[in-house]
Design a protein. Structure first.
Length: 316
């Protein structure tokens, strides 16, 4: 039940109690890449990490402006063959949301901790604020470094820990869901032009409904050309809502799908969830976890067919 964990185990392996999307599989090196800040006591500067980017920021309303600890951003690599971890490179400050692409692992500096006040609540935001430098990076496993892909120009703003990433392999674009005032904007990053674009999709079903707010868990299914997200329903946060975005139509639809069974209502769309796509079996896997040390994890599978899918016709 500790807080401000150091980010490493006693053996030097990465450790975190809130993984979010800080890891992704790299098809280039066949390793899993993970970015996790390593927390250090203020004044302690170990030589192996001395060149790694550091963040010593405090909340805007913090009473103690000289923190007792700070973090350095590190990249770890996990080899499935040897079951071994290795710290392989520095990482850009704030990089904490990763996605697998055919080019390798890419990541965005969501840096959601800076969006909180000292008590841990989300700070207000409006478009008149100075824009954050939201960038997309590619991990070059051959060079063991991160390469910035995005240049100057507009970029998604007001990102938070629920912001999701997915890779549109048909168009070679990265999809980001979770920006703007309500964190419901959907942006594309074109890897050829290296530019961000606000897609501004319409909501096709239910008609006149608000677009979905980001829910952190999203996948792209190439065979169906859909970006699919799962999270709490707006009318009842104990219900899970499946939203489908089709890039070719630039439209959202809410799927009319039965709720998962065999798990308590409070866990159906809680924080303890993950959504992944298994291309070998063409299955979307939903992982829902129970609470406490004795909590049981349930794994659900869905084979999605857009032609056969049903969608809600009116807002609930």
């Amino acid at each position: 039940m500790g807080v401000r964990l150091a980010g490493v185990t006693f053996q030097g392996n990465p450790w975190t109690e809130h993984g979010r999307k800080i890891y992704a599989f790299d098809p280039v090196s066949a390793h899993m890449i993970m970015v996790r800040p390593i927390r250090l006591t203020t004044g302690y500067d170990p030589a192996p990490l001395a060149s790694y980017p550091a963040s010593r920021a405090t909340a805007s309303d913090a009473l103690v402006t000289v923190p007792t600890s700070y973090v350095r951003y590190a990249t770890s690599s996990y080899d499935p063959k040897t079951a071994g971890w290795e710290i392989v490179a520095p990482a850009p400050v704030g990089l904490d949301t990763l996605v697998t692409t055919r080019h390798g692992v890419m990541g965005v500096n969501v840096h959601w901790q800076t969006r909180l006040n000292d008590a841990g609540y989300l700070l207000p935001w409006n478009p008149s604020q100075r824009p954050a430098d939201t960038a997309l990076y590619l991990f070059r496993s051959d060079l063991k470094r991160w390469e910035r892909l995005s240049g100057p120009g507009v970029s998604p703003q007001n990102l938070y820990e629920m912001t999701s990433l997915a890779y549109d392999s048909l168009r070679d674009k990265v999809i980001l869901h979770g920006a703007g005032q309500r964190q419901d904007e959907l942006w594309n990053f074109d890897l050829e032009s290296r530019r961000w674009t606000n897609a501004k999709p319409r909501v096709a079903a239910p008609e006149e409904a608000a677009p979905p707010v980001c829910a952190r868990e999203a996948v792209y299914i190439p065979g169906q050309d859909v970006f699919l997200t799962y999270g709490p329903a707006p009318e009842d946060r104990t219900l899970g809502a499946v939203w489908v975005y089709r890039p070719g139509e630039n439209a959202w639809r809410r799927a009319d799908i039965s709720q998962v069974a065999g798990i308590e209502a409070a866990r159906r769309a809680s924080q303890n969830r993950a959504l992944v796509y298994d291309p070998k079996r063409d299955l979307v896997l939903l992982v829902l976890g129970g609470g406490g040390d004795a909590g049981v994890t349930q794994v659900y599978a869905m084979r999605y067919s857009h032609a056969r899918a049903r969608f809600t016709s009116r807002s609930r």
